[in-house]
Design a protein around this ligand. Sequence first.
Ligand code: G3P
Length: 218
Amino acid sequence: MQLFLDTTDTVVLKDLAATGLVDGVTTNPTLIAKSGRPMAEVIAEICELVEGPVSAEAVAVDADGMLAEGRKLASIAPNVVVKVPLTRAGLVATAQFAREGIQTNVTLCFSANQALLAAKAGATYVSPFIGRLDDQTPGSGVELIGAIRAIYDTYGFDTEILAASIRTPLHVTESALAGADCATIPPAVFEALFKHPLTESGLQQFLSDWAKTGQSIL
Ligand code: G3P
């Protein structure tokens, strides 16, 4: 399973990317606004920090506008993936991007039918927003992942399921169990993936017992 960071905070990204466990990054207009920086500048920096796919979202609502913006975003770096919303115009643009060899991440997906259309349009990734679904109906987010997985496997679609709108470490677990290809995770949740109280207490006990031996490994 590929683990992406959902962030435009390049300081935090650089720190977590150093673990070697960050496979890519997703951004969206809200995260770009939060950065307070020009979009092209922050996307270019992110693309330098990670080798994997970096999603940069078009903001036009018509297909021609998305195509113009997406081609410009794709020119920033080879690992840019153009993000478009799961709308009729977004899927028309997705099909054209596929013909041009530009990778896409179709975002704001909330139903299996939307995900089916995204795959038919040739999307590289589809982003079901599981946190926003769970905000309304707990458990519905991971159910959607499972439904999309079943449909994609039945018909052999290559589109990758990118679980998004992740709120908790449990969302990551549930997405992995449901067969998502990737998850895009806020930095605070990514940090929490490393941690468990029994790991901390067990380590402290090992170190305490080791100290009593008076030995040194080196
Ligand atoms: O960036 C895509 C998605 O992960 C954002 O979800 O619900 O945290 O805004 P949300």
